[in-house]
Structure formats: C-alpha cells, structure tokens
Design a protein around this ligand. Structure first.
Ligand code: C2E
Ligand code: CA
Ligand code: CA
Ligand code: CA
Length: 277
C-alpha cells in the first residue's frame, strides 16, 4: 500500500537524518573536548595466570562530556575514523599514556608496559611512529614500555603487505612493542601470523563465549600451541567467568584481560587496584 510504504520511508529517512545529526553534533564537539581534556584514559590490567601478577595494561578512551555524560568508544571511534579526528585523538591518548608512565617512573611505582590502540588511519600516516617515539622521549619514557595494538582490520583492508611489514619493522626499530588485536575476528588471521612479526596476539573474546563446548576448547588450545611455536605472547581477551579462567589455566594460557580481574578503570582507581594486588 502506497500510504504504508510512504510511512516506512519517512520513518527510515527520519532515523537516518537523526543519526547524521548526531554525528555532526559529536564531530563539532571533538575539538572543544580535546582542548578541555574531556577525553580520559581508563586502564585495564593484563594479568599473568601463572602467578596473578599484573604484566601490563591497556589504555581505553572514554569521552567524559560535561553535558552529554560518559560516551563510550563504540559511539565515537567509528565516526572519528570516518572524519579523520581519530589521528588527533590517538596522539592525545598516546601522550597521556606517556605522562602516566613518566609519573610512575618518577614515583618509583612498579612499571609495566601500557598499550595504546592505533587506528588504521594513523598507522598509515608517514612519520607517525617517529612522532610517537619523539613524544615518548620528551617524557623520558623508554619506547619499550609502550605497546601499540593494531586490529586485524589494519591488515586485511589493506593489500599493501610490504608497506605494513615495513611499518612493523619501524615499530621495532624504534623500540615499541607490537600486538595484533582482535585476533580471530577476521578471515585471514592465520596468514597474518606467518607474514607479520608481532610480539603478542590478543585472542578475541568471541573465542571464549562458548568455551564449554569441546570444539571451542580445541580451537583455543591449538591457537595457544601455535603461538607458543611462533614465540609470540598471547592475551585472552574479554574473560568474565571462572569457567573460562579455569579452562585457560588448564591449557597454560599466559595472559588474561577481562572483567574477571578488573573493568577498565580511571588511572587513579587502577593504581589503587594494582597496589591492592
Ligand atoms: P579493544 O581494543 O578490543 O578493547 C577491548 C574492549 O573490550 C574494551 O571496550 C573493553 O572495555 C572491553 N572489555 C574488556 N574486558 C571485557 C570483558 O570481560 N567483557 C566484555 N564484554 N568486554 C570487555 P571499549 O573500552 O568499549 O573499547 C571498544 C573498542 O574501541 C576497543 O576494542 C578499541 O578497538 C576501540 N578503542 C578504545 N580506545 C581507543 C583509542 O584510544 N584509540 C583507538 N583507535 N581505538 C580505541
Ligand atoms: Ca585493543
Ligand atoms: Ca581487542
Ligand atoms: Ca574489539
């Protein structure tokens, strides 16, 4: 029926327009918020299963807007990847992470690497790694304390394998650690391991959602065996239950990140949490 179709069409159009409007609003808020330091880093620990020690942390951004409240990455990272703001945001987060490490070193705290998520766009920017190394230097932070997390999409959306290999080499030349994020969420995961020289792979949380099933267990144990052979570290991501943890213990998984140990926390809360461990 024509009238019905029209309604549907108008409804669809309205929601599309609303989304566009929302994107425009958020885009306009970006620079003032950057200036105002509304973007905060939250830290989530990576825990070594063998002895429960915190071996690292991941920096995850939160947008703490004075009027809009807390905004989570899924609501703005895709937009900022589209409109290009992600490069400025990633550099800002990188700098903030350097200040945290600088303070930890000054205060004589126990030090471990912090990882920063590097978007595809930023990764492709010429000179970005040199810039990052320069920022670390200004903060007197050894680059070996910073890990750059690249998601799988960096690799399979880009066919220029030699270029990516060169960037990873450059990362290592400058002393950064490199990890392959969301491993297993894409299609070409195993091929990536053969091609690229990363220090760590982070097994996507989807591997562990149905871990009570034998097949899921078999897949994860094989991946661990593989990473052992390739001499890369493994982090199991998104671990929430003791069933998942027990299984990971039984197959000697090295590192775990997930709510079962801690949610991502504001830096001062993270420090208190780490002190209490
Ligand atoms: P990611 O890099 O895979 O980060 C892990 C995500 O899983 C985080 O979501 C974290 O809060 C969540 N998580 C951790 N443990 C658990 C768990 O046990 N269960 C569940 N269900 N989730 C868990 P978050 O903080 O919302 O970030 C989402 C994504 O946004 C990140 O995924 C990353 O791709 C991106 N992102 C976050 N911060 C940045 C940033 O500073 N720069 C860039 N380029 N991307 C970022
Ligand atoms: Ca990550
Ligand atoms: Ca991940
Ligand atoms: Ca993810």
């Amino acid at each position: 029926r024509l009238g019905h179709d029209d309604d549907t069409c108008i409804f669809y159009d309205a929601s599309f327009t609303a989304r566009l409007q929302k994107e425009q609003d958020l885009s306009a808020l970006f620079l003032p918020s950057l200036e105002n330091e509304d973007f905060k880093i939250y830290l989530q620990p990576k825990v070594r299963l063998a002895d429960g020690r915190v071996m690292g942390a991941e920096a995850l951004v939160r947008w703490d807007h004075p009027l809009k409240g807390m905004i989570y990455p899924s609501d703005f990272i895709p937009l900022f990847e589209k409109n290009g703001s992600i490069c400025q945001l990633d550099s800002y987060i990188f700098t903030k992470v350097c200040s945290v490490l600088e303070r930890w070193i000054k205060e004589g705290r126990e030090i471990f690497p912090i990882s920063v998520n590097l978007s595809r766009q930023n990764f492709k920017k010429p000179g970005i790694l040199e810039d990052f190394a320069g920022i670390a230097g200004q903060h007197h932070v050894p680059t070996g304390l910073i890990e750059l997390e690249l998601t799988e999409s960096v690799f399979f959306e880009d066919q220029d394998i030699e270029n990516i290999k060169g960037q990873i080499k450059e990362m290592h030349r400058l002393g950064f650690l490199c990890s392959l994020d969301d491993f297993g969420s894409g299609f070409s995961s195993l091929g990536l391991l053969k091609e690229f020289d990363v220090d760590t792979i982070k097994l996507d949380r989807r591997f562990f959602l149905d871990i009570s099933q034998k097949k899921a267990k078999d897949v994860v144990s094989c991946l661990l065996e593989l990473s052992g052979k390739l001499k890369v570290h493994t982090v199991a991501e998104g671990i929430e239950t003791s069933e998942q943890l027990d299984f990971l213990r039984s197959i000697n998984c090295e590192l775990v990140q997930g709510y079962i140990f801690s949610r991502p926390l504001p830096v001062s809360d993270f420090e208190a949490w780490a002190d209490s461990q």
